[in-house]
Structures are given as C-alpha cells and as structure tokens.
Design a binder for this molecule. Structure first.
Ligand code: ZN
Length: 247
C-alpha cells in the first residue's frame, strides 16, 4: 500500500478565495476529499465546483448543495440561507448541476467513512456533542468517520472504557489516529463558525502500514474581497459580515 497524503475540505460554500488559499497552502497531495456544501452562501458556486471537479470525484453532497438543486425544502433554512440558496439555484450552470446531482451521500475510503452531516443522517444532523457522537459511532463500520456541516473543527473518540470524549481541533500539527475509533470534522473552508475567521481544512496521511494521521490547518485569506463580491452580487449582508468574525 503506497503512502497517501489527502487534503480534506468541507463546507467550501462558494468561497473561491478561501478555497484557492487552502489549495495553495496544502502542497502536494495525492487526493482531495470533499465533505459537502460546495455551494450556498458565497459568491462563486460554479467556480468552486469547477475547481473541485478538476481535483476529485470523492465528494458527498451537503444540505446546501441539495437546496441549490431544488431537492430539499428551503423552509428549513433561515431567511439569509434561504435567500442565498435561491440566488445559488439561479446561478448554477447545467454542468455544475449535473456534477452535484451525481454525488453519493456516503463514500467509503478505508479506513474512513465520508459524509456531510452524520453517518446516520448524512444531510441534516449536526454532531456537536458527545451524546450525538456516541449514537453515530454505531452507524459506520470503518475505524474513522469524516464529517462537516457544523463548520466547527472537532474530534470525538471512543475510549477504552467505551465512553465518548470530544475536543476542539487546533492547528497543532499531525497526530496519529490509531488507538480509538474517531469522528473528525475539519471545520469549514468558506464559512468558519468557531470564532476564527481563517479557512479551516484537514490533511490526512495514510502510511504504507495502513495507519492514518490527521492534521488541522488554518489559512488566512482576503475576507474583504469576498465580502465585496457578495455585496455586488446582492447576497444577504449578514452572510458577508459573519465571514470577518468566523461566527
Ligand atoms: Zn455548511
């Protein structure tokens, strides 16, 4: 088994500037895995999908991708998210639409399962506490699961006693995953919500012995330029403002 280095991106949310910044920072990778919500909120949905298509086919859809395709009810969205989803739906090209339509909601790339929300509810569930994490460990059979959706970099692990513990992920370098089953969220490329406005993503390495490591990365990008384009395109102001705060 060859050594593999994989960039893991989630919740790009049509923020091409943030996506380009993380791509420029990750160096040489063998694969890119995407955990969904490529579009929605941001000003460049087609450009983000085009860029991603050139990199990978390993991508699951998120709730905002399905909303832009008209496949889920927008009444579950808050007013800003709904307005952005309607704008995105009008913007999508035929090519973007076809690519998003073809995505599977769950992908297995050993030793990882890949979903957007959670393994038991790939589109909608947020895994933000140990109770929901504990229930979700039953819904995948690989050692590790990669999730997005909450835009918060987090890890849950099952201890030797069977108890589930959670912790925020910080950009502190790579660490080995062996020794526990884990659910990992690399945070959001295009709309972080943990109070740090820098784009967030992960690097997974799988060694020739099959052992995996994970590293959280943060990258600053030109938030002001994205805010300007959101205003020019008429996207809701609260969505532009929050990018500066990472909330
Ligand atoms: Zn999202």
């Amino acid at each position: 088994m060859p050594h593999l280095r994989i960039a893991v991106v989630a919740d790009i949310h049509a923020n091409l500037t943030a996506f380009e910044a993380v791509e420029a920072s990750w160096g040489v990778v063998d694969e890119v895995w995407c955990l969904g919500d490529v579009v929605g909120y941001g000003p460049e949905p087609n450009e983000c999908v085009e860029r991603l298509r050139e990199m990978t086919q390993v991508c699951v859809p998120g709730n905002h991708d399905l909303a832009a395709l008209g496949r889920i009810d927008l009444d579950d969205f808050n007013p800003s998210a709904k307005a952005a989803a309607e704008w995105t739906a009008r913007e999508l090209t035929h090519e973007t639409r076809m690519w998003l339509e073809g995505l599977d909601q769950r992908i297995r790339r050993d030793p990882f399962t890949i979903v957007h929300g959670s393994p038991r509810q790939p589109i909608w569930e947020y895994v933000l506490d140990t109770a929901s994490a504990a229930e979700n460990f039953r819904d995948f059979d690989t050692p590790y699961c990669l999730i997005g959706h909450s835009h918060v970099p987090l890890m849950f692990a099952v201890g030797a006693d069977g108890r589930v513990a959670g912790q925020p992920l910080e950009p502190e370098g790579p660490f080995p995953l062996r020794g526990a089953r884990r659910i990992l969220n690399p945070g959001s490329v295009g709309q972080p919500r943990d109070g740090d406005p820098r784009a967030s993503f992960g690097i997974v390495e799988i060694g020739s012995d099959g052992q995996a490591s994970f590293e959280l990365r943060r990258v600053a990008y030109d938030v002001g330029a994205v805010q300007t384009r959101m205003r020019v395109k008429g996207l809701p102001e609260p969505l532009a403002i929050r990018l500066a705060y990472g909330r």
